[in-house]
Design a protein around this ligand. Structure first.
Ligand code: FAD
Length: 284
């Protein structure tokens, strides 16, 4: 099926993009970034935007910057930019480890980091990364700019606090202490499929004991989040299989599992148990 008719706008600057977005948002206008989610949805006529504000020619939106404390990823940075570490910091290595789980190579060449955040699929790997790292996003509109913490950004399945006239201009990821250990694991039926559950973990060792634990979970609930109960099961303990299993158990116990035609709540809890434990085992 072909998409419904639409008008494509091709701004060259952020200001021009925001001005057009302000005009067309009330008339069913949307941002087009990599098109790897929006175009298929339009082809199936599940979305029929009357206007697309194509940001692919906007100057400066392919910027990745590191100021020593923060990694800034602008709106048109493609997934593929992270195939190699973009910064000499655990965050750079973590992004490289995670990116190869996103779809397939051609999709990673077009799809964008910020587009994934705006689309907010519960199983999105980048949504899991920003939630686990307590990152922030910058939303810009003709009305101004606001910085939104990841924990306040996602509101449900494919739903965020972004207003229709807002451009998600950049994501800001805090860099991690150099001695941070991390692990990532996801379960999907086939390579390149969306994850049925995924976990990203990070922590440091303080005198041999786990400190500053982060246990992020994606694909299991409406949106990714840190699981405080699992982190509490890790902090202050010496890493071991038993400690990792107890953290995984804590995560499986507290989630509000998504259910769909192939996954009931019990199965999702089982997957969570497995991905959290495996991510922790991988981190040592
Ligand atoms: C076969 C297949 C497999 C896939 N597998 C995975 C996977 O395993 N993991 C995964 O995470 N993703 C997967 N994807 C999705 C892919 O990663 C998309 O690239 C991503 O979800 C959206 O990014 P995009 O730049 O393509 O956004 P688009 O498709 O251009 O836009 C998606 C939505 O976000 C909005 N949007 C985009 N950018 C902005 C912005 N800067 N500001 C405001 N709104 C914006 C658009 O208006 C639209 O509503 C898959 C896609 C396909 C086709």
């Amino acid at each position: 099926m072909k998409s419904a008719p639409f008008i494509r706008h091709v701004p060259k600057t952020v200001d021009e993009a925001l001005r057009i977005l302000a005009e067309v948002a009330p008339h069913d206008g949307r941002v087009l970034a990599g098109g790897q989610s929006l175009v298929p949805i339009m082809a199936f006529r599940l979305a029929k935007p009357a206007h697309l504000v194509d940001i692919n020619e906007v100057a400066g939106l392919d910027r990745i910057a590191n100021d020593g404390t923060m990694l800034t990823i602008a709106a048109r940075v493609r997934h593929a930019a992270f195939h190699k570490p973009v910064v000499e910091n655990p965050v750079g290595y973590l992004l490289s480890a995670v990116v190869r789980h996103i779809a397939h190579y051609p999709i990673r060449m077009r799809g964008t980091f910020c587009g994934s955040l705006a689309h907010a699929d519960p199983a999105s790997e980048w949504c899991l990364v920003v939630a686990t790292l307590d990152a922030a996003v910058v939303a810009k509109s003709a009305r101004g700019e606001r910085v939104i913490a990841a924990k306040d950004f996602f509101t449900g399945i494919m739903s965020t606090v972004l207003a229709e006239d807002e451009l998600l201009a950049e994501a800001r990821l805090p860099l991690l202490p150099k001695d941070t250990k991390f692990g990532f694991n996801e379960f999907s039926r086939r390579a390149g499929d969306f994850a049925m559950a995924a976990s990203l973990v990070a922590y440091r060792l303080d005198a041999g004991k786990i400190a500053e634990a982060r246990v992020g979970l994606g694909g299991a609930e409406s949106f990714p989040r840190r699981i405080a109960e699992a982190e509490a099961a890790l902090n202050g303990r010496i890493p071991s299989g038993e400690v990792f299993r107890s953290a995984a158990e804590a995560a499986a116990k507290v989630i509000d599992p998504l259910e769909d035609h192939q996954t009931n709540a019990d199965y999702r809890r089982d997957l969570v148990r497995a991905v959290v434990r495996r991510a922790l085992e991988q981190s040592t």
